[in-house]
Design a binder for this molecule. Structure first.
Ligand code: NAD
Length: 459
């Protein structure tokens, strides 16, 4: 396998050197073909994801295929203007010169994807890298084998393997891939594996984007529209059965409204999924037995306010509310990544500040409040990847907003223009005119030091 991967990369290197991917028309052509092929295969993609973890079709269309198609549309529409060299005002010091930023693809890109949005999180960075003129090797997750297989077939149908291809497999294939010399690595997954990827990249000084996880707080102030807040949190948390990197991990609610808030959560869980959630077609399953067991273990010794039922034969875990877990508990030590929502109360802003500070900087934070000062204080005081006010992860629905983490939740960002820029080296160029050559910079230096100190006004 080692040789095959290095042969594959050699063929992609040669293809990149052939200059074919530098053509904007060529890039648009393959993106258009990919768009058509996804539309044709949309039902099959939904079926593959359903086979992996019973993700409802509505959720697949909304959060996997349609979001990718929208991104493809945007990339195709904007490719001409984004890839054009950008004229920059030149410095008087260099007179006569014209300056611009030249958009250069990095070259050979590796994308490693997770299983939880198995189509979207593989294809979104992939199309960004292709639009920017790179070749790509994509490794989707081994934990969502049906989707990964359908992604491989899709890419094989649209792309020459020397331009873009899929390598299937798990840890060992990913490690073999990481041993190669890449021009850019884009990784989405856990913090633990993110560190391994970063260490590999460092060896070759390869630039990386790391899209990682963490514990995302949901802060509910006493001025919040309580019922609406509960409804939106239930949506954001239990979509994809809580297996969303930006899902609220835990709730911090003002003590005075905690009881009413819990009642509202229960009301909306029941409205969304019915009395017998196990038979709801709108609630996904846990990806595999290991994760199912990990989540069940998190419930041991906790005070279950609602839910907590499971079926091992189907990796089913019902939406579950937990009252005031200890910060030393398993539930509050690790990212939950499943349908369990701990509810913790606060009284003061210090109580709020102390809580997320226990963890690294979260990928997302959600503020539910109608008090402008409260919203502003949280935004100013806390550092996190991104978020929303009075809703859960809706900011992902705007391709004009960059998406990414900070600190332990990752580095770099993508989506829309930011995807194009992520996979593009911005190459600054000054083109000097030859008709005039002012001699002041050349030795022997004749201008006074006092005059040199005034040069800052001419930059
Ligand atoms: P993971 O880190 O276990 O796996 C991600 C990918 O890395 C997979 O393709 C896997 O095969 C590969 N991999 C596994 N071991 C490896 C190794 N030693 N070296 C190199 N590659 C290796 O993550 P997961 O379980 O697939 O996904 C869940 C995690 O991803 C959660 O922590 C979640 O928060 C995070 N996540 C983050 C985002 C984001 O956009 N920030 C999105 C989705 C998921």
């Amino acid at each position: 396998m080692h040789t095959t991967i290095s042969q594959l990369l050699t063929s992609q290197r040669n293809f990149f050197l052939s200059q074919q991917t530098k053509s904007i028309e060529y890039r648009k052509g393959v993106l258009k073909k990919l768009y058509k092929e996804i539309v044709l295969r949309e039902d099959a993609i939904c079926e593959a994801i359903y086979a992996d973890f019973k993700k409802p079709k509505f959720e697949v269309l909304l959060s996997e295929t349609q979001i990718v198609l929208a991104e493809l549309q945007l990339l195709m529409k904007k490719l001409d203007s984004w890839s054009r060299s950008q004229k920059i005002r030149s410095s008087l010091l260099n007179f006569p010169s014209s300056d611009w930023i030249y958009k250069e693809p990095f070259g050979n890109v590796l994308v490693i994807a997770p299983w939880n949005y198995p189509f979207m999180l593989a294809i979104m960075p992939f199309i960004g890298a292709i639009a920017s003129g790179n070749t790509v090797v994509l490794k989707p997750s081994e934990k969502s084998p049906n989707t990964s297989k359908s992604i491989a077939q899709l890419i094989q149908t649209v792309f020459l393997p020397e331009h873009a291809t899929v390598v299937l497999g798990g840890k060992s294939e990913a490690e073999h891939l990481l041993m190669q010399q890449w021009d850019y690595i884009f990784f989405t997954g856990s913090i633990q594996v993110g560190k391994i990827v970063h260490a590999h990249a460092t060896k070759n000084l390869t630039p990386v984007t790391l899209e990682l996880g963490g514990k995302n707080p949901c802060i509910i102030d006493k001025s919040a529209k309580l019922d609406l807040a509960a409804k939106r949190i239930v949506w954001g948390k239990f979509f994809n059965a809580g297996q969303t990197c930006v899902a609220p991990d835990y709730v911090l609610v003002h003590e005075s409204i905690k009881a009413a808030f819990i009642m509202a959560l229960i009301k909306w869980i029941t409205k969304f999924y019915g009395e017998d959630i196990a038979i709801s077609p709108d609630f996904a399953r846990i990806i595999n037995g290991d994760n199912h067991a990990r989540l069940k273990e998190m419930l041991i010794g906790e005070e279950v306010l609602f839910g907590g039922t499971f079926d091992d034969s189907d990796n089913y875990l019902s939406p579950t509310l937990i009252d005031s877990p200890s910060f030393e508990s398993k539930l509050m030590q690790d990212e939950i990544f499943g349908p369990i929502l701990p509810i913790i109360s606060f009284n003061t802003e210090e109580d709020i500040a102390n809580c997320p500070m226990r963890y690294g900087k979260p990928l997302a934070t959600y503020i539910f409040s109608t008090n402008h000062n409260f919203q502003k204080t949280i935004l100013n005081r806390h550092s996190f990847g991104g978020g929303a006010i009075n809703d859960a992860w809706i900011y992902l629905g705007n391709p004009r907003l960059p998406f990414g983490g900070i600190g332990t939740s990752g580095m770099g960002a993508y989506h829309g223009k930011r995807s194009f820029d992520t996979f593009t080296h911005l190459k600054p160029i000054s083109k000097k005119g030859n008709w005039l050559d002012i001699s002041l910079r050349y030795a022997p230096y004749t201008i006074s030091n006092n005059l040199v100190k005034k040069l800052k006004h001419f930059f």
